[in-house]
Design a protein around this ligand. Sequence first.
Ligand code: PEP
Ligand code: MN
Length: 272
Amino acid sequence: MSTHPSPDETPLAASVVRAAGVAIGAGQPVRVIAGPCSVESAEQFREAAAAAKAAGAALLRGGAFKPRTSPYSFQGLGERGLAIMRGVADDLGMGVVTEALSADDVPMIARSADMIQIGARNMDNAFLLDEVADAGKPILLKRGMAASVPEVLAAADRIVARGNDQVVICERGGRTFEPAVRNSLDIAAIPEVKRRSSYPVIADPSHGTGRWDLVTPVALAAVAAGADGLIVEIHPDPESALSDGAQSLRPDRFAALMEAVRRTAAAVGRAP
Ligand code: PEP
Ligand code: MN
């Protein structure tokens, strides 16, 4: 006898997800999550977070565990990075989103994060999805770079079937034949995920393009296509960033993005 829940016994996903008091999803304003790719130091994170808050971001982001494939790349500050983010977020009265890469780390990350990110490389890591579901925190699930819409929905459903209905899906682009961009963000996936499900959907124009000069136009396209929010990488000095500097916005450019997002949201009749 199968012990799997059948689709008609599976609890429904929430259409509004709440992280640190911020509601993301149906009927809510466009929510922007912003911060550096990696936490590099307390000063760097504080500066980025202050810029995020000043421009109107709803939540902070930052990476503490960055085990990138090349052993020569920056690997992240680990637990110290988590502590930095928690301290700065508390000082600013904001919530923070950060990624869990291994099931073993989930309880530690859950103690510091208000929302746990599952990265594109781990979207189909079923045991990690189970562990993060059990942590009881809202989850930002990034679509894998070669995952179809049904596949990302299956990963989200796995979390919900496990008893955690607080899942936001993030479109972050996939690897294509186009060399001009790091990834090609799939705008059509935003309304398609919404047509097939009730999950809130946000877009990541930073990883979705790999280029800071393309971040704002693609962010606006995502908002026009119905995204419930955005996640954007910013850095006080992108040229010196230890990861993803080429796609990180300077604080002044991020403030301009936020203005443009507000105008676009109003133009397409989204909640203020
Ligand atoms: C990130 O958000 O820092 C990240 C690594 O994203 P992705 O998993 O989409 O590559
Ligand atoms: Mn990054």
